[in-house]
Structures are given as C-alpha cells and as structure tokens.
Design a protein around this ligand. Sequence first.
Ligand SMILES: C=C(C[SeH])C(=O)N1CCC[C@H]1C(=O)O
Ligand SMILES: [Zn+2]
Length: 589
Amino acid sequence: LASDDEMQAQFIVNDVSEEMKLRMFKTNTASWNHASNLTDENERINAKVQAEYAAYVKGVAQDLAVFDYNSFENKTLKRLVKFLTNIGDAKLSETDFNDIQDAVSRMQSTFAKVKVPEFKDRSKLVSLEPEITEAFAKSRNPEELKYYWIKWYDGAGLPNKKDFFKYVGLRNKAANMNGFKNGADTWLDEYEDPTFEKQIDDIMDQIKPLYMQLHGYVRHKLAEFYGPNVVDKTKAIPMHLLGNVWAQQWNIGNLVLPYKTEDPDIDSVLVKKNYTPLKMFQDSEQFFTSIGLSPMPSSFWEKSIIEKPNDGREMVCHASAWDFSINNDVRIKQCTRITFESYKTVHHEMGHIEYYLQYNHLPPVFRAGANPGFHEAVGDTIALSVATPKHMHRIGLLDEVNKDRKSQINQLLKMGIEKLPFLPFSYVFDKYRYEVFRGTVTSENANTLFWDMRKKHGGVAPPIERTNKDFDVTAKYHASADVEYLRYFVAFILQFQFHKASCIKAGEYEMNNPEKTLADCDIYQSKEAGDAIKKMLSLGSSVPWNDALEVITGDRQLDANALLEYFAPLYEWLKEENTKLNAHIGWDD
Ligand SMILES: C=C(C[SeH])C(=O)N1CCC[C@H]1C(=O)O
Ligand SMILES: [Zn+2]
C-alpha cells in the first residue's frame, strides 16, 4: 500500500506535469525565437525566460526533496521524483545560472555568425552553411580546403575559448551541487550504468580493426589522387581532404570508390528530379507513415523552417528538431540543401519528431529518449533503409538497381565512409570534454590534447600544426552549444541493432542469406517493423533504456555486432584490396 508520503508526492507530481508543459512551451518559444533570429533582444528575452524556468524547476525539486523516494513502492513514481529532483544547471544560484546561460548563448551566437572571406573572391563573405560545407564536399583543391579549414577554426574556435572555460567551471559547480563529481559524470549519469564509459571504450576497441582497414584504403586512394607531397602514405590523413569540416564523416565518395559503374551520384539525381526541401520532408513523412508511424501535424508544415532564410537575419543553421510540449506543436529548423547528405539529415530530424509524437502522452520528464543515444538513432535507422539502391529505386530516385558485386562493394564503401569514421570522431569528442571537465587538462594545455586524441583514435590531423595558442573544439557546433555528444556514438551503434531487429520483423533479413543481407534491407511499408519501433518510442524515458531496447531487439545491451555484421563483406574486401595495393595500415602516434 502506498504510504502517505507516496500519496502526497503523487499529488505534487500530477500538478507539476500540467504546469511544466505550459512553462516548457514558453521556454521553447523563447529559445526558438532566438535560434531563428539571433538578435540581442531575442537573446535577452530567452535568457530571462530560461532563468524563470530554472527557478520554477528548482522550486519543484525543493518541494520534493522532503521525500525519500528510494523507499517508494511505486517504481514509476520513484523514477518521476528522481528525475524531477535531478535539475542540472537549475541548481545554481541565479547569478551563476545567468552566467552559464550567457556564456553558452554567446558561444552559440559567435559560432552561428562566423563569416569568412571567400577563397576566390576575398571581397565576398561566406558562412559555414551552405558555402564552406559545400566547399569541403566538392573542392579538390588542397589550398582552398586548407584556407577554409584555418579560417573556420580560427573564426569559431579561439573567440569562444574564454566562454568555454567559464561554462566548464560553472557546469562543474552545478555538478557538485547535484552530487556529481564533475560535468562528465553529469552527462554519463544519463546512461544509468556505472560501467557505460568502459563499455564505450570496449566497443571502440572492437571496431578498430575494421576502421584501420578503411583508413588505410582511403589514405592510399587520397595519396594516389593528391600525390605524396599532400598525403603521406604512412601518417595521419590531413583532415581537410575528407569532405567535411570536422572529418566526422568522409564525404568523398567519388574520390575513393573502387569501381567505375553506371550507378549515378545521388546528389545529381536529386537536382535532376527537381527535388526541393519540402519534397525531401514529404518523402520522409511518407516513409514513416508507410510503417505505421505518425503523419506530421499541420502546424509542423506551418511553423518549421526548412530553408536558410534570405531576409538577412542571422540564424542557427545547425539542424534541430523541437518539441513544444503542447498542441502537438513539433517543428524542425534546418538549412536544407539539395544533397543526399541533407536528405539523410531530414530523416534524422524527422526521427526526433516521431519520437516526440509517440511519447507525448507521458509526463514531461519522461518525454525524452530512453537514453540520449536512442533519440539520435531513430531517423538514422530509417535512413539505413532509405540509402539502399533498392529503396531509391522504389521511390523513383534510381531508374535501375545494379546487383553486381562491384556495385555492392561501392555501396558498402559509401556507407563505410559515412558511418565508420564517425565512431572515433564521436568517441574522442566527449572523451576529450570529459578530460576538460575532470581537470586533467587546463585552459593552457587543452588544445593539443584534442588533436593528440583525434590522431590516436582516428588517424586524422589538421592541415597545419595547432598549438595551445589555438583553441579548436568550439569550432564544432556541439561544443559551442553545450550539446553532449556520446549520444551520437551510441546512436551509430544502436541504429544497426534497431535496423537488424526491424529487418527481421520485415522479413528483409535472414542470417547467412546473401539475398537478404543487412546492407540490402529496406523496411519501407513494413507495419511489423513499424510496430516494434513504435512500441519502443512510446516508452520515452519512463523505463531504463535496457527495457526499451529489449522491446525492439530482444537484447538488453549496446552491441556492435550488428554493425560489424553489416560491414563484414566490406571488411573482407578491404583486407584483400589493401594487401593487393600494399596499402600501409595504421599511422605513427
Ligand atoms: C543532425 C544533427 C542534429 Se541532432 C546532429 O547534430 N548530428 C547528426 C549526426 C551527428 C551530429 C552532427 O551533425 O555532428
Ligand atoms: Zn539528432
């Protein structure tokens, strides 16, 4: 029988749920208005509203602090009170809260407003999106790439250093007030498993042999293309040549594909088929509804921003999905481009929206991913189906599907350079920030550690020497915007577990059946797959993530074997090919 305390706590929690939704709508609106139009006025309003919300959350935590919730019978109530009393930065004093809020807001604004003189015409200023992003994806001029790399990192890195370390100090202070050692442990607590960091280390080791083979092959091809003066065949790969500003995914398909085939480049197909951002979003909605998930509410189409505005306003272009907590008000803000990479990002963001729609019956504190990685894995899981030639043929993007071995290896290599480099990148991105939060490094010697870790784990290096006079981590959005990143590492493992489970339910996969491999599976129109996904999404964070994972895959742990099975044919091919090419494997540390 629930004790009096439990009854009382239940009453408080029920009241809070309704009020919290309204207050979250207000804070999200202020945050959306600022992110969509980076004026001082919108920044001021947002800071004020966030502070009000923090005061409210602090008050709720104080009201619930009287209860020893660990003694509660009701598991759900225990979990609700645990979440409502774990309030992060809101634990800080008003002054400290305003200071950390201002530091992060300034970093995010600085990042969003960086302009760089165009390489060809220095009188013209260009932004990260779309110009610099496109230059990294398209240019084959090492000088142009090196120019943009230096301009971008100098423009978005060092100017944010002071605010970054101010934020680190205040985040650690808040951590201590919440009973955590530092900001790193605050982030890791979200995974509800004290061995989680060790599990991630082990998965990195497990993936490394496959990554080393891909790295060796790509470096060999780049050295052939750019010559030995630009790419040394035994050293870390100069990262400005890898098609992405942060070399987090290697967007250089047409440079490294092993076989010449008739298979068209999807970027050009999208343009030829007159794709628009709206068409991309409609395709994505159509995929989700085909497996039984939700169509977009009409307000989604009215209120989302799916193209970079050209009215001169400054906006945070980094793609994001928003849950306004009431009236089914969900939105995406994305500076969509007509490229395959952008098309997959649309599915990534729409995956967030589907999660919001599936768990909106839950109390606000349960409206989150089972762990942060789950939220990042939903859309990518769908995109694994979308990216198959079979699917692109089904939706009329590809006129024909070549099933021969050359096309299959090319396809696996395209997926390999999109998924595998991301593992060391995302692993390092938070292992490094853990070191900063843990005080292993100071503001004086933090920068060289970042590049040492990128080289050690990923075998990539900046195009020029970087010292501790530079500061580079905030040249990546998530460090400037205080977004935890281990979620993406977890998502890149989880999505293959979700994919495999969904493909089995869709009848698209059979162990050891070369006609039904993971890489060829498309769950489009499979209600069985959709039902399992929907069941997992509707749990939100109301149960430990192991229970949510079990619902869809039957397993309870993070497991890289589905990813390794997906890429097994590529791994075999790479080992053979690298031997034939006598490609050097590994890099000097
Ligand atoms: C698309 C988003 C918004 Se949640 C994103 O930040 N992603 C998705 C892939 C990894 C990470 C990145 O861009 O660094
Ligand atoms: Zn995301």
